[in-house]
Write a protein that binds this ligand. Sequence first.
Ligand code: ATP
Length: 332
Amino acid sequence: MKKVAVLTSGGDAPGMNAAIRAVVRKGIYEGLKIIGVKRGYAGLIEGDFEPLERRSVADIIHRGGTFLRSARSEEFRSKEGRRKAVEQLKYIGADGLVIIGGDGSFKGAQLLGEESDIKTVGIPGTIDNDIACTDYSIGYDTALNTILDAMNKIRDTATSHERTFVIEAMGRHSGFLTLMSGLAGGAESILIPEFDFDLDQVCQKLEAGYERGKLHSIILVAEGIGDNFQTSRDLNESKAFALGEEISKRIGLETRVTVLGHLQRGGTPTAQDRLLATRLGAAAVDVLLTGETNKMVGVIHDQIEVAEIEEAIESQKDVDEGLYELADILSL
Ligand code: ATP
């Protein structure tokens, strides 16, 4: 192993920069040349490369986003697209590739690893924390804290005006981030794609709370509840609005809706995300140095673990039903 390329792919996540920094500096320490790939797989296909030195990654450990930038690439999904990507890597003499991204990016990495002799290793970077074979993904902790901060602020208004708030958090397919935010923030109801919910029960709980003297309520919903909650409104609109309207209609409580949207992705990474990114970045270099391929690095019980990338793609990371029930019990 002499030259390693590194890219960030899929949705950006706070801590990706810290991971790139660790890959670059650990790689150089081990005698490798490190090449940054701009704009994920799209830039890889186009050969949008930048050699990275120790100084190239100065002053980025605390920055959100990814200085290599990220992108989605339809072309990379095709064999022909991946062939072009491999050609670009060969052209610059890279024999290893570090992919920082979510499960889609991992799938692409696995195919590239199978179709070529480029050694690949994935680092889980997604605020959703929905990647198997690791307890945490880079960016999740920062996003969790961002949502909590937003909930605290909204709660001030909710209390002052005695209102019910529906807050929508990110998570199209995974409710992990929403569940943990709701649990940590004391939401009155948590609605996530993994579990069906009964709106009558949600309303009954709200009414019972107000009868007990509750001044406000927060219903935290993941954006992916769409499949569980049918609405006649514009299908492109967030389901949280329809949910808020329906609650008002059923029980007459004035309801406000806040969609947190992309503010959940940005921001300076928390200490936990920086440490995770730093450890995983260095571990990814170690994996490549062993000559192994199609691996991912993760952290389980605070220990770095290496797994087959295929296992991470094929296994489902389930949300903890016990925690979902606990959140419900504590909010009664
Ligand atoms: P996030 O969790 O933030 O959405 P992600 O890595 O899952 O991150 P995707 O948009 O699913 O984000 O994937 C990123 C890129 O990975 C895609 O634009 C595409 O180039 C590549 N990719 C995704 N799925 C596949 C696949 N099945 N085969 C080949 N490449 C893929």
